[in-house]
Ligand binder design. Structure first.
Ligand SMILES: [Fe+2]
Ligand SMILES: [Fe+2]
Length: 293
């Protein structure tokens, strides 16, 4: 019994030809997003330790699934690091990774889920993997470098399988201890709104050359969102909805998927517009006292 479907084409981070990466194909915003993600994906072992502790009572099959998932996530961090380094601009990965691990803690490995229960933890994990798969599709589709696109495509496929794995674990858990629709929506939608959480914003702040004095500054989130959100197209959000809706609502429906994708699309357009407008305002030269008179 295996919760994680094997990859159609298993890969290692060393399989890609990073020497063929053309730095000119990466704009500053894409580099910013790639470097941030390289840091976030490179603490895979901490995510694995936390989940092994939370799922400890569920036995060997669950542990095997998390071990395999952990190995794959580790490769994601390695591949993104290599890609971000090859894309140029002098990315001092070791130094910023140390600062990242020192600067922002992950959840304690005390066996308790920060989501309140194993089922709620699994709902949140499904959402994270679905959004990660969508995110790598978005980056793949806007990347003009062939090696970059190949890496990002492999990551997108893995994350979709990971979503399937956590959904299979969620179904197994719910067969014994059902979770209500209200709980699914509370945890799932809550996790989606947490996208600007400390884990990502601290990484975005560390790799930003024009960093604000503090990572919780709203300017850090705005810069990251302005670099990322305008790249999402409706087709990406249709893909996200197909993965997310069965987790939130417990069943499949084409009409619900479409409605949800439209809501996601409108929400993202709004946030992208607000982030850009706030950035443009912040970049406007301040008027002097003389000009005020
Ligand atoms: Fe990943
Ligand atoms: Fe994943």
């Amino acid at each position: 019994m295996s919760f994680l479907k094997p990859a159609a084409r298993p890969w290692r981070a060393t399989d890609f030809t990073y020497s063929r990466v053309a730095p000119a194909a990466f704009d500053a915003e894409l580099l910013h997003v790639l470097r941030t993600t390289a840091l976030v994906e490179s603490r895979a072992d901490q995510y694995g330790d936390y989940l092994r502790a939370v799922f400890a009572a569920r036995g060997a099959h669950w542990r095997d699934a998390i071990d395999q998932w952990n190995r794959e996530e580790r490769e994601h961090g390695r591949a993104l690091r290599r890609l971000a380094e090859a894309a140029g601009g002098g990315f001092a990965f070791e130094r910023v990774m140390h600062a990242y691990l020192d600067g922002v803690a992950y959840h304690a490995c005390d066996g308790r889920s920060v989501r309140g229960s194993i089922a709620c933890e699994l709902v949140a994990r499904c959402i994270v993997e679905a959004l990660a798969s969508t995110f790598y599709r978005v980056l793949r589709d806007c990347c003009r470098d062939e090696t970059g696109r190949t890496v990002l495509h492999a990551l997108a496929l893995d994350e979709a399988r990971h979503c399937g794995m956590f959904k299979a674990l969620l179904d197994a858990e719910c067969a014994q201890r059902p979770v209500s629709l209200r709980q699914r929506l509370r945890v799932g939608l809550g996790r989606m709104l947490e996208l600007s959480d400390d884990q990502i914003m601290f990484a975005a702040w560390l790799v930003d050359t024009a960093a604000e004095p503090h990572y919780r500054s709203s300017a850090v989130a705005r810069r990251y969102q302005a670099a990322l959100y305008p790249r999402y197209r409706y087709v990406h959000l249709c893909f996200a909805a197909r993965l997310i809706c069965p987790v939130l609502f417990g069943r499949r429906s084409v009409a619900v998927d479409r409605l949800f994708a439209t809501a996601l699309w409108l929400g993202l357009r709004l946030r992208a517009t607000l982030s850009r407008a706030a950035l443009a305002l912040a970049r406007r030269p301040r008027r002097t006292q003389w000009q005020h008179r």
